[in-house]
Design a protein around this ligand. Structure first.
Ligand code: ZN
Ligand code: FE
Length: 253
C-alpha cells in the first residue's frame, strides 16, 4: 500500500492510496486536476474511486476532468449532492464501504458543512478528516453549529491515538499563533510550533499529523485544559462551552 499526499492549489491537499497487490487506486478529494493527474500519470495508475469529504469547490473542482481521464466511481454524502455536475454513489456512517481491498469506515461530521463526511481506514491507521480537524485548529462553522462540529470532532477523538490524520489544508502555522495565544505554556505545543517552523522553512508539509499529537497540542481537542480554561476565564464551563468560545475567538483572531 502506498499513501501519497498531494499539495494542490494554494494550500489544499488531496490523498491517494494505491494498493500494489490489486493495482487499484483511491483518491480522497479533488481540489484540482493537474497536480493529481501528474502523480497518476507518472505511476501509470487509473482511479478505482474518488471519495469526497464535502462539496466545497476547493475539494471537488478536479472531479469531472480526473474521472474523464482516469475513471473511477465517485462517492460522497447525499446531502447537497444535487447539481454537482457529476453522478455519485451516496454514502453515510450507517454504511460500510469496501474499495480497492480496503474497508473504509465513514463518519458523518457536520459543523463546517452539513455534507461533510470523514473516512477511516483501520488497516492503514489513517483518517481523512479534511476540513473538520486541522493541525492545531478546526474547520470554520459555515452552515452548522459549534455543537455539531464539537460532536463531529468527538467521534474522531475516539479513533486510536496513533491514527494519522490527513487534513484538507496546510493551515498549521497560522493556526499555531492562535493555539499559542490560548495555551502559551503547553510544552507539546511549543515543540510542535518549532517543528512546524522548520518544516515550512524547508517547504515541507506539516501533515499528516497524529491524533495523539493533536490531542496534546490542538486547543480544539483540549477543551479540558486547565490553562485554556483559566485564560478564557471559564474554569467550570462544559467542554462544549469552551469549544464554542474558542471557535468564536479564533474567528476574530
Ligand atoms: Zn471546506
Ligand atoms: Fe477546504
Amino acid at each position: 500500500m502506498q499513501i501519497i499526499q498531494i499539495p494542490c492549489l494554494q494550500d489544499n491537499y488531496a490523498v491517494l492510496i494505491h494498493n500494489d497487490a490489486t493495482g487499484e487506486t483511491i483518491l480522497f478529494d479533488a481540489p484540482e486536476h493537474d497536480a493529481i493527474a501528474k502523480v497518476l500519470t507518472a505511476n501509470g495508475w487509473n482511479l478505482t474511486a474518488i471519495l469526497l469529504t464535502h462539496y466545497h469547490l476547493d475539494h471537488i473542482q478536479g472531479v469531472s476532468s480526473l474521472m474523464a481521464q482516469f475513471g473511477g466511481t465517485i462517492y460522497g454524502s447525499a446531502i447537497n449532492s444535487a447539481g454537482l455536475g457529476f453522478a455519485l454513489q451516496t454514502i453515510d456512517e450507517t454504511g460500510q464501504l469496501t474499495v480497492a481491498g480496503l474497508d473504509i469506515q465513514i463518519f458523518d461530521t457536520p459543523g463546517h458543512k452539513s455534507d461533510h463526511i470523514c473516512f477511516y481506514v483501520a488497516q492503514l491507521k489513517m483518517a481523512v478528516v479534511a476540513d473538520v480537524i486541522f493541525s492545531l485548529g478546526c474547520g470554520r462553522l459555515l452552515d452548522g453549529s459549534a455543537a455539531q462540529l464539537f460532536n463531529s470532532i468527538q467521534k474522531l477523538q475516539n479513533l486510536p491515538d496513533d491514527t494519522m490524520l490527513y487534513c484538507g489544508h496546510e493551515y498549521t502555522a497560522s493556526n499555531g499563533q492562535f493555539a499559542r495565544a490560548v495555551e502559551p505554556n503547553n510544552v507539546a505545543l511549543r515543540a510542535r510550533l518549532a517543528e512546524v517552523k522548520t518544516l515550512r522553512n524547508q517547504g515541507k508539509p506539516t501533515l499528516p499529523t497524529s491524533l495523539a499529537a493533536e490531542q496534546a497540542s490542538n486547543p480544539f481537542l483540549r477543551t479540558n485544559s486547565a490553562e485554556i480554561r483559566q485564560n478564557l476565564n471559564m474554569p467550570h464551563a462544559t467542554e462544549l462551552e469552551v469549544f464554542t468560545k474558542l471557535r468564536q475567538m479564533k474567528d476574530n483572531f
